[in-house]
Design a protein around this ligand. Structure first.
Ligand SMILES: NC(=O)c1ccc[n+]([C@@H]2O[C@H](COP(=O)([O-])OP(=O)(O)OC[C@H]3O[C@@H](n4cnc5c(N)ncnc54)[C@H](OP(=O)(O)O)[C@@H]3O)[C@@H](O)[C@H]2O)c1
Length: 323
């Protein structure tokens, strides 16, 4: 089978991480990198002997790609994904599906109309530590409650702190940690209540809220409280999911770029520690490649197809209404 020819738009930290995963995948060739500043595109392209350009429109003509990874600020991603789908490219979006549910719906429809794969970037659903959690759910009896905390010391000078450029903390961070993987485990929640505040960086145009606590009601009456925030002083711990059931509990430390681990505690007996592996990005690009090759998400291992990832944005809308 001929290799899937992939272009990369963006040359930041995650373009490199995902680009390495793509380049290591059998049957995938990273052929070009496009970035706003040519020097940055060149630096990254050198890792994979790819061509560099400052003009992403060259990817389709000159480089003849089949698929694209878009790893740029989310507002730019909105435009670049729209361009890619219009150019009939299967697309892996580096972050959430879009900055708004309205844009997410447009992109979902566009991908469906052209029979294209559009996958959102949440790699947690592919990580072994989340898969282990999913298996252990069968051993904790009836799930009763879930508590999550995701504190991240975000750089106030970065585009992540700009509401317009990022789409905000909810869309960027709360979906990633950990609404998206929890939906995969437990189903679609109802938003019962939300509180938010903005205390560390409060300037015109900066994200609102900066911190949010949400109460969610997952199917089968599972009570969940979820806190996501860009405030994390020092080495404070703050990246954990606890799932309590009638017969046991799971404390999940899912990690970020690392593999993470979990501790399973049964009602009777000793706790068991299970190590994870940093395999989310590799598994995601493998699923993306397979789906792009067949031209459908159905029957593939793809876990964040556009129609599903849109749900994260719709839930963010519901949260916003309560703030
Ligand atoms: N799953 C995860 O663990 C995880 C973690 C972090 C981020 N992400 C996601 O990865 C994606 C990229 O984030 P990042 O942290 O890698 O970003 P980053 O390091 O800030 O890099 C952003 C890149 O976008 C390019 N860019 C910026 N503004 C642009 C514009 N107006 N037009 C065209 N290109 C522009 C920049 O190009 P130049 O350098 O050439 O200017 C830069 O290469 C986001 O979707 C983010 O949500 C995922």
């Amino acid at each position: 089978m001929t290799a899937l020819r992939v272009g990369i738009i963006g040359s930041g930290k995650l373009a490199q991480v995902r680009g390495d995963a793509l380049a290591a995948q059998d049957g995938v060739e990273v052929v070009a990198v496009a970035s706003r500043r040519l020097g940055n595109a060149e630096r990254l392209a050198g890792r994979w002997n790819a061509r560099a350009t400052a003009d992403h429109t060259e990817l389709t003509g000159r480089d003849g790609i089949d698929a694209v990874l878009v790893a740029v600020p989310h507002r730019v991603q909105d435009d670049m994904v729209g361009w890619a789908l219009a150019e009939r490219l299967h697309t892996l979006a580096g972050g959430p599906l879009a900055t708004t549910s309205e844009r997410g719906r447009q992109l979902t429809d566009l991908a469906a109309r052209h029979d294209l794969i559009l996958e959102a970037g949440y790699e947690a659903r592919y990580k072994s530590v989340w898969h282990s959690t999913r298996e252990l759910l069968g051993r904790i009896g009836a799930p009763v409650s879930v508590q999550t905390v995701a504190l991240f010391d975000q750089d106030p000078q970065s585009w992540y702190y700009d509401q317009q450029a990022s789409g905000g903390m909810l869309v960027t961070h709360l979906t990633y940690a950990f609404l998206n993987p929890l939906r995969w485990l437990l189903g679609r929640p109802r938003v019962a209540a939300a509180l938010g505040n903005t205390k560390r960086v409060d300037r015109p145009g900066s994200i609102r809220p900066e911190t949010c606590t949400v109460l969610l009601d997952f199917p089968s009456d599972i009570a969940c409280s979820m806190t996501a925030s860009y405030v994390k002083p020092g080495n404070l711990d703050g990246w954990q999911v606890t799932i309590v059931g009638t017969e046991g509990g799971i404390e999940l430390f899912p990690g970020d770029l690392d593999g993470g681990h979990l501790v399973y505690t049964p009602r009777v007996g000793d706790p068991v520690r299970v190590e994870g592996a940093p395999d989310g990005f590799d598994r995601q690009v493998a699923a993306f490649r397979a789906a792009a090759r067949t031209g459908t998400a159905v029957g593939t291992a793809l876990l964040n197809p556009a129609g599903d990832a849109l749900e994260d944005l719709l839930i963010c809308d519901e949260i916003e209404l309560m703030l």
